[in-house]
Design a protein around this ligand. Structure first.
Ligand SMILES: Nc1nc2c(ncn2[C@@H]2O[C@H](COP(=O)(O)OP(=O)(O)OP(=O)(O)O)[C@@H](O)[C@H]2O)c(=O)[nH]1
Ligand SMILES: [Mg+2]
Length: 221
């Protein structure tokens, strides 16, 4: 029984990967850089996208993943950009997005008028890491209030992400948190992961983030 379960899961992941690869290829052909944001609930994903739109302009579309509510999509629509909300609640409450759902959302949004596509994955450090959504760049956000031990506890999320943003650094003066320890722990699980520190509230580190987006790492495959 267990063997069969594993076989079915492998088949599902393989089908997901095929859709993800095709989406990645199609977006590259259209010169659209696709970024998948993953983090625990409340680490600052939507706030980061809001600040990114303010700095990078409106040729950005966003797919929002949440179990319930259209709150995040509404926040982004207020900035004058197109945002599509996926809610998994009515379909069993999955805690991740799959490539086929992202594909459907991209078809709804259309490919015209954007240079960047963001997915804000459903807030947790476990399931989103298991499903390729077709992004050119996975970005893991970890806020300074979550603790330096998270890379050790949730390694896969860090292993599938070439870039980690340490968010809410404006809290550092108030918090007993070691950036060095966090960097060490990230290195232990993914030595190739680049780490930058940002605060969407103070603006610190945001220039580095925007520069990375403009450089489009991994875009050419
Ligand atoms: N101090 C501080 N607070 C921040 C920063 N970025 C986000 N926040 C706050 O953190 C809270 C959560 O931010 P969101 O951007 O909604 O977080 P999220 O990751 O999108 O949350 P979910 O979509 O629910 O997973 C809000 O109250 C933000 O104002 C920051 O750089 N500094
Ligand atoms: Mg959000």
């Amino acid at each position: 029984m267990e063997t069969r379960k594993v076989a079915v899961m492998q088949k599902l992941l393989k089908a997901n990967d095929a859709v993800a690869d095709e989406l990645r290829r199609q977006l590259r052909e259209k010169d659209i850089f696709f970024v998948n944001l993953m983090s625990s609930p409340g680490s600052g994903k939507t706030t980061l996208v809001e600040e990114t739109v303010r700095r990078l302009g409106k040729r950005i579309k966003v797919i929002e993943g949440d179990i319930q509510t259209t709150l995040d999509a509404e926040r982004l629509q207020k900035l004058g950009i197109q945002a599509f909300q996926i809610n998994t609640g009515p379909f069993g409450g999955d805690c991740h997005l799959e490539a086929a759902w992202v594909r459907t959302a991209v078809d709804e949004l259309g490919l015209d008028g954007m240079d960047f596509l963001f997915v804000e994955n459903i807030g947790n450090l476990v399931c989103p890491a298991e499903f390729d959504v077709g992004a050119h760049l996975n970005v893991l956000l970890l806020s300074v209030t979550e603790g330096e031990d998270k890379p050790l506890k949730y390694p896969l999320a860090f292993q599938v992400s070439p870039l980690c943003l340490v968010t809410k650094t404006d809290f550092l003066p108030l918090k007993n948190f070691s950036l060095n320890k966090l960097r060490e722990n990230i290195k232990k699980v993914n030595p190739a992961c680049a780490v930058i520190e940002v605060s969407a509230h103070s603006g610190a580190g945001m220039d580095s983030w925007i520069t990375i987006l403009k450089n489009r790492p991994n875009f050419q495959g």
